[in-house]
Design a binder for this molecule. Sequence first.
Ligand code: NAP
Ligand code: HSE
Length: 429
Amino acid sequence: MAKTYRIGLLGLGTVGAGVAGILGDPMARHPLFGCVELYRVGVRSLEKKRAIVMDERLMTTDLEALVADPTVDVIVEVMGGLEPARTLILGAIAQGKHIVTANKALLARHGVEIFQAAQERGVYVMLEAAVCGGIPVIQSLKQSLGANRIVGLMGIVNGTTNYILSRMTREGAEFGTVLLAAQEMGYAEADPTADVDGYDAADKMAILASLAFGEQVALEAVYREGIRGVTRADIAYAAELGFGIKLLGIAQRQGSALRVRVHPTLVPHCHPLAAVQGVTNAVQIVGDPIGEVVFSGPGAGGGATASAVVADVLNVVAALEVAPQRVNPLMEFPYSKVAIVAPMSETVTAFYVRLVAADRPGVIGEIGVTFGRHGVSLEAIIQKNILPNGEAEIVAITQQVQEAAMQAALADLRQVQSLGAIASVFRLL
Ligand code: NAP
Ligand code: HSE
């Protein structure tokens, strides 16, 4: 191999430091590392103390110049955010550079523009690290499962929220304390509300669903709820009923339409996803003819994410070694058309509802009647804790019901003040 491929790295934070660490320590890794050179590293501040010691001559704050440098072959974008990342990536593509990125927020919003520009210019845009950290789910969908018609996929696609929910469940830990720990470990996004409120998971589901079904799923079409409303009381009641609470991303094909959603979900203890703990992610893919395949592994953190980034770099380098002038179609991101995504109101699931109501005879019957008016049948309804103010917590599990009917029933319940307040509503798997 004669050519050395020069890498321009944009960002030297949690992921960037992991990438630089791998590239700087090639021993006992693949021989292709021998033709990869970390050429420049673009950051915001040259003074900042870093997790990795870098040769100062590599460092720059002039990211535009780095991207414009004609000697750079591959731009690795691990700076995050929408701008200037989008402009830098489009600029690099225009100059014929290949892109490796971990930026799901950018791809979920501007993926069409970026992939189209790349296709026109004949360059690669690789994104393994953007979804599920170190788990090779993108390449599997593009290549290893390529013979399948994908029927559906679901999973835990955000490490921070799974870490928070796991520790709240296991230790009864406080939400805020565990979120801080997730930030310290480099799992959370720069703005952790992206994790907590489900935006990061929605970005990933838009990307995964687009790839799995070969149709462009607009981010706005992905239904999204985060984990802020999940309390320790809900976790305890769900556990008593035989469920764990997980933030799940779910994408299904139903006829000509797709359903794509992200929300906290009660997962039966016997389901494989219920056992996925901490920062681990897991994705279950159902395809025809393969059936069910499950991928699991570390979903966030510098090392895991850098593993995916650098593997993408090697894939690009290998492809260029074999065919420098042509793009391998199995490494592209194919969209055939814009997906029709069915509205959430048509989704059918069972629900968990926790109400805080007056502890008086007849309340449970009235709640049942109100649900019944909207065609919502109850699987179970139990009075739990009596609160210090004399009110009672009542937990109901519904049978399968259409979202629209359930929302109408909940709206009706909210009107009947004597029935108290609806504290939590979650869907069951
Ligand atoms: P980070 O720790 O905040 O690092 C961001 C890096 O980018 C920093 O080195 C920063 O420079 C640089 N940067 C940001 N904006 C810049 C600008 N305008 N100009 C110059 N440099 C800029 O972020 P991270 O956790 O590594 O995440 C990076 C990307 O990977 C994000 O897209 C994230 O969503 C994605 N990702 C992260 C993980 C994870 O576990 N952390 C996993 C998968 C994907 P300074 O250091 O000088 O401030
Ligand atoms: N903040 C993200 C997470 C990083 O916690 O899953 C990995 O994409």
